[in-house]
Design a binder for this molecule. Structure first.
Ligand code: IMP
Length: 186
């Protein structure tokens, strides 16, 4: 049996119902803020693909969708500190309002890097929405416009797009992975 087979046995931190209700609230705020402005939602891969898919189906305003992949993590649970751009967007952000969509802001280094990148490329505005924010994103250089849930814990979390070593993204809720090392052989 594969070690990541028992997805539903991990302790649930945030249920899919709670997530859906919060995503609705975020969508209502985003819709009001961006009405009449050229909006590009940029999903930060890979973790944001689930939130982005849920969010856009709640937004009744014209928008473009793009993706970027950046990583401040290696393959495991420890941040490497440096941010790497792995895949770039395909639309020019110049003259557009960019709203980045993230799964979790931890240190904030990834967001800092992406804020700067889109600003340097001539976006009219750059904001971010993250489903989770750990400890307020201790190293964020500017506040997040939209955040789903505060996470006041060091617990490694998985599900709703978030992974450990590539697994668990398909969990419909957010769960705690208390002993990540148990999965290191996957
Ligand atoms: P930051 O640059 O330190 O804010 O790291 C943000 C990135 O780290 C997120 O996009 C995730 O990919 C990853 N990350 C941080 N904490 C967790 C976690 O608990 N579970 C899964 N991924 C995490």
């Amino acid at each position: 049996m594969h070690p990541a087979s028992h997805l539903d046995q991990l302790p649930v931190l945030i249920s899919s119902e709670e997530i859906a209700a919060r995503v609705n609230e975020l969508a209502t705020a985003i819709e009001a803020d961006y009405a009449g402005r050229p909006l590009t939602l940029v999903g930060v891969l890979k973790g944001a693909f689930v939130l982005l898919a849920d969010l856009v189906r709640r937004l009744n305003i014209p928008l473009w969708i793009d993706f970027i992949e950046a990583s401040s993590y290696g393959d495991g649970a420890q941040s490497s500190g440096a941010v790497k751009l792995i895949r770039d967007v395909s639309h020019d952000p110049a003259g557009r309002h960019v709203l980045m969509v993230e799964d979790i802001v931890d240190t904030g280094l990834t967001m800092n890097y992406l804020f700067e990148l889109f600003r340097a490329r001539g976006a009219l505005s750059v904001e971010a929405a993250s489903l989770l924010v750990r400890h307020g994103g201790a190293r964020l250089q500017r506040p997040l416009r939209y955040s789903g849930f505060d996470l006041e814990s060091e617990a490694f979390v998985v599900g709703y797009g978030m992974d450990y070593r590539g697994y668990f993204r398909n969990l419909p809720h957010i769960a705690r992975l208390d002993r990540p090392a148990d999965y290191d052989a996957m």
